[in-house]
Design a protein around this ligand. Sequence first.
Ligand SMILES: O=C(O)CCC(=O)C(=O)O
Ligand SMILES: [Fe+2]
Length: 364
Amino acid sequence: MEVVMAAPPSYDRLQEVKEFDEAKIGVKGLSDSGITTIPRIFIHPQEKISDLKSTSTSSGIPIIDLSNVNSADHRLIIVEQVRAAANTWGFFQVINHCIPLSVLDEITAAIKSFHEQPHELKAKYYVRQGQSGVTYSSNYDLFQSKVATWHDYVSVWMAPAAPQIDQIPDIYRNELVEWDKNAAELGNIVGELLAEGLGLDSRKLKESSLLETRIFGGMFYPYCPQPDLTVGLSDHTDPGVMTILLPNQVPGLQVKHEEKWVDVKPLRGGLIINIGDFLQIVSNGEYKSVQHRVKANSHKEPRISIVHWFDVGNWDESNHYGPLPELITPEKPAQYRMFSKQEYVENFYSKGLDSKSLVEKLKL
Ligand SMILES: O=C(O)CCC(=O)C(=O)O
Ligand SMILES: [Fe+2]
């Protein structure tokens, strides 16, 4: 039988969460203070994290070489690899893509520098609700989730409305602009391959405004003194269309595959792509939005991950999305119902990462 330890009645969780938020120091500040035990607002129930060690012997997510993506013969092979990876894993790693290594290294270094600035320099950017589209914070769902996780982040809405450039901290401004330009281009290339994999015109995702929103995230996972009691980022699926991920070499990302957690080993110079809930629905289940999480960092070296979320663009309230009509057949009827913008936004933003995924909610 499981022993459930009741929290002492004196524990006012909300108060402790508020104090952490108001201190504006993030988990980086806690880590730097030299604590050897983590505050209880970060402690996850053991039964939820007892499977933190990867149990899979799988060699990991598929690796896809994008060299010669524009030669007709190669393209057919690459499209099939992308389709198969998006269908089974929901995750793949691309190499020999169009983005120079220097761009990857520079954005990673700039985000590291931002988070490693003295507290006084960072605190003025700390916000709970992103008012300007440029945010520095810890745990975007701090007040919605039941337990906090061991990461800080910056985020910037890059498109369709461009950010006010002088609101982006100087320390990563130029690197972000350069990275975003490159990531947008790669997003278009991968979007074409994904469309072709569904038997659609290569421009279909773009023309349906499915790649129009781009949100940048600069995640920072500092050393955690008790990595077995918490996580870096809770398990979740990404709500949007697709994501480009650039983690540094510190391990931590895990992907669920065939009911087991698999460690992702990022290749130097590679980029990880994953499918979000929106694309699973639009593709009528052909592509999968797969659960992933990040372990709390047990290494002294911080873990940094650059994230670019692609999502549907400006969305007319009267417009509803659902499986593309081209993908609904007598053999494969619609797997999901149509949904409105309000439903989509509410599902994600009101409940945080703990919420039920859109895919579950809309399943027919
Ligand atoms: O830090 C990572 O590598 C993953 C981040 C992630 O999954 C997310 O922000 O949606
Ligand atoms: Fe994610």
